[in-house]
Design a protein around this ligand. Structure first.
Ligand SMILES: O=C(O)C(=O)C[C@]1(C(=O)O)C=C[C@@H](O)C=C1
Length: 97
C-alpha cells in the first residue's frame, strides 16, 4: 500500500492521536461531571434549562484556542458534548428518584 516510511509515520501519528483521544475522553468525563453538578443547582436544569447565551460564549472562547476548527465547527461539536452531558445527568437524576 504505502512505502515503509509512510506506513511508520502513519502508525506514529495514530499513536499520538490515540494519546490525545485518551486525554479528550478524560476531559469530557470531567466536564460532564461538572455540568451535572450545575444542573442540580439550577432552578431549571437539564434540557429545559439550556442557556444559549452561555453556550455561544463558551464556543467563542474555545474558538480562540482552536483556529483550525473555528467557531461554527466547534459549535456543532459542543452541541453534541453538552447534549451528551445533559443526557448522562438526566439519566443519573432519574435513577436517583
Ligand atoms: O452553565 C450552565 O448553565 C449549564 O447548564 C452547563 C451547560 C454546559 O454543559 O456547559 C449545559 C447546558 C447549558 O445550555 C449551558 C451550559
Amino acid at each position: 500500500m504505502h512505502d515503509p516510511t509512510t506506513t511508520a509515520e502513519i502508525a506514529r501519528l495514530r499513536e499520538r492521536i490515540d494519546a490525545v483521544d485518551t486525554r479528550l475522553a478524560e476531559l469530557l468525563e470531567q466536564r460532564a461531571l461538572l455540568a451535572a453538578r450545575v444542573q442540580r443547582l439550577k432552578p431549571v436544569g437539564y434540557f429545559a434549562g439550556r442557556d444559549a447565551d452561555r453556550e455561544h460564549g463558551l464556543v467563542r472562547r474555545m474558538a480562540e484556542h482552536a483556529p483550525r476548527l473555528g467557531a461554527d465547527r466547534l459549535a456543532a461539536i459542543m452541541d453534541r458534548v453538552i447534549t451528551a452531558g445533559l443526557s448522562a445527568a438526566r439519566e443519573e437524576a432519574d435513577r436517583g428518584r
